[in-house]
Design a protein around this ligand. Sequence first.
Ligand code: OXD
Ligand code: MN
Length: 582
Amino acid sequence: MTIPKALNDWVRESEALCKPSRVVWCEGSDTEHAALVRDMVKSGVLLPLDSKTYPGCHLHRSDPSDVARTEHLTFICSEKKEDAGPTNNWMSPADARARVRPLFDGAMKGRTMYVVPYLMGPARSPFSKVGVEITDSPYVVASMRTMTRMGTIALEHLAGMGEFVKGLHSLGDLSPERRSICHFPREREIWSVGSGYGGNALLGKKCFALRIASVQARDEGWMAEHMLIVGIEDPKGNVTYVAAAFPSACGKTNLAMLVPPASQKGWKVWTVGDDIAWMRVGADGRLWAINPEAGFFGVLPYTSSKTNPNALATLKHNSIFTNAALTADGKPWWEGADDPAPSHATDWRGQPWTPSSGTVAAHPNSRFTAPAAQCPSISPKWEDPQGVPISAIVFGGRRSKLAPLVYQARDWAHGVFMGATMASETTAAATGAVGVTRRDPMAMLPFCGYHMGDYFAHWLRMGERAPKPPAIFHVNWFRKDDAGKFLWPGFGENLRVLRWIVDRAAGSGKSVESPIGHLPTRDALDVTALSVTPPTMDALLSVDRTAWQTELAEQSPFFDKLGDRLPQRLRDEHATLSKRLK
Ligand code: OXD
Ligand code: MN
């Protein structure tokens, strides 16, 4: 296969800078992967797990200071600071190069430099894009093989299009003081040094498929979103596709792999993707979405046969477990797993652990990396080069009060406002305080590669470009009563809410007007076989005007921060909602 000159030149330059002892071009074959895994087992980077219960699975322990995305060390390096906007850390491209180049200089001495071509999106899809990651981490190579279509297939795609996103990655010395994840949107390039953690180091995922792709999408008139994609099949066999954005670790993977409860006879949920959607306007005027990824990088704690049986089935083979605990019989374990806590285990740091240790055995952000094709609910359309047509977009967050179980936007612009004002209580997926409410528009706060105000304007424009845009909804599975108890059972039962969404998107489904949008009527959701009483349903669907006025007041500083780049249309939505609440 001929390698494009631009790729060869860049690999040579990177080699001269990083000074590895050898360079390996990855082709993505089974033999190559097996040899890589053998080497990692030999060097202790991977520990084989019990081959009877977890065939082909390994455990990886990361450096204890390198366990989550580090947003404070993540930069958008646009020419002008205002193009990165107030929600991103910014460095000028010149400063970033000057600061980070020395960290790459000689960083791969004594190490192998892997060149990893990868394809984001299905083979032969006109919507797929090529990236190439140069890395000195074999763990990254093995993970990229699961998370993307890696190797020759990407080079073949590149031959047809010529353009690729460059990603240079080195573990460096793993010190947070010398860690930087820099994005150069104009050059479509990523420099990441000092971390081996998924979101910082698997450059196809957050760095390319969201931060760089969001800029490409703005420039080319499509959307790169932090959304899962599911197909909801009714008992007659009609499938409706829904894309949904939730901040990290809000049950997104669980929703993407939802198993209908026994009471929902004949309904099926098909997984197209669990984290990222690339959407374009199709010839029919609808939005069509592909999942650019090929694997799942899911959170382990509280993944169980109750919360996500499909994830459990998916991760049982050919998976990498990162920062899980290890039982004496060679199995991974995490808090909230089906098996009770082992009496003795090795914790995620590699230390002896017992239930009385007073610490968690698995890191709260421990993860599994597993091939999407292994998921029992994987959609027959998940690799369709054209993608799937999206009928509804769902925004959600973790709000113990305020937001009703589900409500629908009045129109596209109102839906954009709903997404723009999303907020959620934080979790362990990123470093920083846990349990604090943070504004996370469209769940893109850490992932938008340009000014958030311009991003909202792009969303509004997309509504104009798509003659048949999806209907937009907001859900909150996490509302609690005054005693702190969840009001809604969640998990598989969320299908009942999705059914109302599907009905509404099709133009049916009973609703009532409220100041914040259309709510289901009290009898619109099927609650048969649930212990959700009518008063609980009232509480779940209630709109407390005073609390919403406080919410609106709290939205203002965020909007003000975006200055004159905030589209007037969203200020108008804010003002009319305020009026409706009076
Ligand atoms: C993720 C995240 O890992 O959103 O998907 O943090
Ligand atoms: Mn995510």
